[in-house]
Design a protein around this ligand. Structure first.
Ligand SMILES: Nc1ncnc2c1ncn2[C@@H]1O[C@H](COP(=O)(O)OP(=O)(O)O)[C@@H](O)[C@H]1O
Ligand SMILES: [Mg+2]
Length: 260
């Protein structure tokens, strides 16, 4: 049984990719077989993990697989990273939304179709793009479990409302249930000001009884491990106090894995 989780928020810079890499790292560190999928045309995750060649490579890539999902197998598109497997993004992904809409044929269910070929993974974490368009819809429908990274910033409330509305629309239209598995208040830089501290309280109140809310602080060690091409669970990463937080997030996914 594979758990599939989308890391989604249409805002850019809220640590989607950073959380994807570190949650994948935490789960891999616990001994699970993990695949990280980069659906962002900008390919930050792909490039950070040292797969810039894949990002610029000639077809076939994720782009082709989303165009013709029945023609491709996940296993043929995946690369090995020292911590977990990676399905890279590609510069062609900048064209996928146009292609999906122009084709008109189940444009939001392509990743779901491709995921039918998933084999051997305990967890698949999908890094979503910074937009509420067809790519993100593909991520939501394919995963049906989401982790939402947010910033301790007032603009996050409106962004979150838009995301939750979009989820409701998809749930009705496709008769699926998309579960929030965690909210991760990310890149929090202490000391926080009043607005940030109010926002942290707001997230905790709003999601109480719905899903856990975690807080990941701004850490140079996180930046440095990304610079070195991996998570804070990688072989040469420095010890730091966010290891505990990412382990808790990973444990939460373990606990609720059966609940799908
Ligand atoms: N906890 C953290 N500590 C330090 N830097 C962080 C942390 N979380 C995110 N960042 C940095 O913030 C920037 C935005 O994060 P990123 O994961 O690219 O966001 P998104 O994928 O949502 O656009 C990146 O440069 C990333 O390295
Ligand atoms: Mg990103």
């Amino acid at each position: 049984m594979t758990s599939t989780i989308g890391i989604t928020n249409q805002k850019g810079g809220v640590a989607k990719s950073t959380n994807t890499i570190n949650i994948a790292g935490a789960l891999a560190d616990k001994g699970y077989n993990v695949l990280a999928v980069d659906t962002d045309p900008q390919g930050y995750l792909t490039n950070k993990l040292g797969l810039e060649n894949k990002y610029k490579a000639d077809p076939p890539s994720l782009f082709d697989a989303l165009k013709e999902p029945t023609e491709y197998q996940i296993a043929d598109l995946v690369d090995n990273h020292p911590e977990f497997d990676v399905l890279s993004s590609n510069v062609d992904m900048f064209r996928i939304e146009q292609e999906l809409i122009a084709s008109g044929w189940r444009p939001r269910e392509r990743l779901q179709m491709l995921f039918k070929t998933l084999e051997g993974y305990d967890y698949v974490l999908v890094d979503a793009p910074p937009s509420l368009g067809p790519i993100n819809d593909n991520v939501l429908l394919a995963c049906q479990n989401i982790i939402v990274p947010v910033e301790a910033d007032e603009t996050s409330i409106l962004a979150l409302e838009h995301l939750l509305n979009q989820i409701e629309t998809l749930e009705k239209r496709y008769e699926v249930n998309i579960s929030e598995r965690a909210v991760v208040i990310s890149n929090v830089n202490y000391p926080v000001d009043n607005e940030q501290s109010d926002m942290i309280a707001w997230f905790n109140d709003t999601f109480e009884g719905r899903c856990p809310v975690f807080e990941v602080r701004h850490r140079a060690a996180i930046k440095r491990s990304l610079g070195a091409g991996g998570s804070i669970f990688g072989e040469n990463a420095e010890d730091n106090d966010m290891v505990d937080v990412y382990n808790q997030i990973a444990s939460e996914l373990e606990v609720t894995a059966d609940g799908r």
